[in-house]
Design a protein. Sequence first.
Lengths: 258, 342
Amino acid sequence: MRHVWTIAMREFKVYFTSPIAYIVLTIFAVIFGYFFTTGLAFFLDYSASMAAQGGGMGAPTMNVNQFVVEPALGNMSIVLLFLAPMITMRLFAEENRSGTIELLLTSPLRDYHIILGKWLAALLLYGCLLLVALLNLSVLFLYSSPDWKPVAVSLLGLLLMGGTMLALGTFLSTLTRNQIVAGALTFGLLLLLWVLNWISSFESSTVGRLCEYLAISPHFEQFSRGVVELKDLLYYLSAISLGLFLSKRSLEALRWKA
Amino acid sequence: MIKVESVTKRYGPNTAVNNISFEVERGEIVGFLGPNGAGKTTTMRILTGFLPPTSGTASVGGFDVQESPIEVKRRIGYLPEAPPLYPEMEVGAYLRFVAGIKGIPSKEIGRRVDCALRRTSSESVRDTLVGKLSKGFRQRVGLAQALIHNPEVLVLDEPTSGLDPKQIIEVRRLIRSLAGEHTIILSTHILPEVSETCGRVIIINEGRIEASDTPENLTAQLQGATTIMLDVEGPEEGVRERLLDEPGVRQAVRQGGGDGRVTWRVEGEKDERLPRRLAAAVVGSGWGLYSMQPVGLSLEDIFLKLTSDEEAGSPDAGPVEEQAEAGSEEESAAGDGQAEET
């Protein structure tokens, strides 16, 4: 475990000595901040007008969780589609290019130390993004009392979805020595997994349902409503395992062909 | 300490290493000598566990490279041809990271980093970004990286490539200073490096081991003939006939000169008294003898001889001998040409 941590810490620091961390954090902060403030402003206007009309009888109950938190976090999954490749593209591609992979592979490390360490570093940077989101949401907790449990579940869902995207990105980064190629492949794959969901909307057969199950985003919907379903949890955990397992295989293959 | 048994490595249809076997004793410095693409790096990568062999086994310190890679890797310090450096890290931080992944306990890391920096005399760059280091320091930090866990075996792939002459001398001195404590395998295509630093040479070409011995023995072994350069003033044809008359002389080749003074290259059977007899013959005929010089077969000749082409690898010594002589002739001819020009 110490080895995993050593690798993760080095990788995490590199994010902050290069511009990547700042770019990713800025993009996320700006977009999330925009969605959150506009969502909040809309909610305030709407609830004020409801109150002015007398509300009370028959009017739907206004819920901060449902009207502000849920859409803001839900939108984030699209932003992730762009940010995940930026986070993972250099992980192995850079080591392959500069030859430093030779140092890692000739050190007394297991392959999974290297892969878990790198994925963990990516996850930590992603965790920083979630902290930015949490910072925004904390305003709600200061001036109101939203239910914290759905927020926590949403964040867990985001963490799992992000973990999945980062694991797939980690795998694709092992395949090449070119960061751009790794990034493009990752973006392509994530986009594909994204649009699979659209197929299910006009194809109701088994194929449609299969596509819906394979797509990344539908599994987040339940999380964003504060519901943890076993099938979603299993989907993300197995997708993460698959990504990391493929990375390990790819690292082994690297040795055979290098 | 290191044992390689009939290791073969193929990349698709290409055979990079073809059935090589050798052993290295504890504390030895062994040099892999061979032209580029001979299979030196591949052999080293197999030893360090970076590449699996297609067939055959290799072991380090009694541990098989394939079966217990972690144990092997713990015992090996490896400097690849391009030092594996992270340009965005400071030297100190880089070495602490390497110490960490080599499994050094956290408490000892600081001390080991100091020690590695001191041994490679690179304390002055501790706080420098790796990316800003000069080539010489990059190589030293690369060595420091290989030394940090005080491994029993050091594998150095062309440790002096790309350095300036002063740096080369420093790195060689450093390598020699490491001998004894560590078993060292280094590869190079530079000959003096081997005779200066290594106790044993393994000449490798096209994936096969052509020879393995001490530099001195290798030179002696392959010197089956005596070659002498003579600078004689006298009638050309007469001198040639007289030289060839001498028993044991196989051939006398005109190398250059003019105005009645000719440089001859005389090759004969191995005979310590041949120079003396040749001198007597020349002087006895009333000609002038200006200089006489036995020509030793340098490591360079041996290297060329063993690696110059496909046939050189055949166990049959006959054609090898001839090739070497042809090679040396060209060289000395070129040398003479230069001498005349100046």
